[in-house]
Design a protein. Structure first.
Length: 195
């Protein structure tokens, strides 16, 4: 048991020593995700409309597409502070009693201040947590029977909480995947450049 504990401690010290070879100050990243939180709200709304005979078809989803920037602090190098921008678009046909009566497009733009903590950061691999809270602007447009009938802009609070982030590659360029919940999605993948 003592031997296993000593091996674990030695491994952690080695990982920590490797992490200090290269000091990251800046990170920029782009990603594509699945199942953003705004789409969850739309799904519940669509279910409610189906109770009165309105259904939706031919769904086309774009996003969430996100861009991020983090700056790592001198005092706590594993902690990055920054922000993200996320874009989501959802278009669909509106049907009433099975016949197409129009279409709807919903677009969302989200800005969030964020923090990222790398609890493992070696030369070629990292594991991290990430979170942020921000503002989403939603733009909804509906056309019924060929005429614009409804256009609405809403602002709402939004968030992203990444429970597990994994990144691998070189010191500077890494691919990454994340699991979490929020506007960037429950699962996302992307590319990050560190310098």
């Amino acid at each position: 048991m003592k031997r296993k504990l000593m091996i674990l401690v030695a491994s952690l010290l080695l990982v920590s020593a490797q992490a200090q070879d290269f000091q990251v100050r800046h990170e920029i990243a782009v990603s594509y995700g699945a199942a953003p939180i705004t789409m969850w709200g739309n799904a519940f709304s669509d279910i409610a409309h189906s109770l009165v005979g309105t259904t939706y078809d031919n769904d086309v989803h774009i996003g969430p597409i996100s861009a991020e920037y983090f700056y790592h602090l001198d005092e706590v190098p594993r902690l990055g502070v920054g922000g993200s921008f996320t874009y989501v678009n959802h278009a669909q046909d509106i049907l009433f009693s099975g016949s197409k009566t129009g279409d709807r497009t919903r677009s969302y733009l989200t800005l969030m201040p964020m923090v990222k903590y790398n609890y493992v950061d070696t030369r070629n691999f990292g594991m991290y947590l990430k979170g942020g809270v921000g503002l989403t602007l939603g733009f909804d447009k509906e056309n019924l029977n060929g005429k614009p009938t409804d256009s609405e802009t809403k602002a709402r609070f939004n968030f992203q909480l990444t429970l597990l982030g994994l990144e691998a590659g070189s010191q500077h360029l890494r691919g990454y995947v994340e699991l979490g919940v929020g506007e960037q999605g429950v699962m996302l993948a992307g590319v990050r450049y560190r310098f």
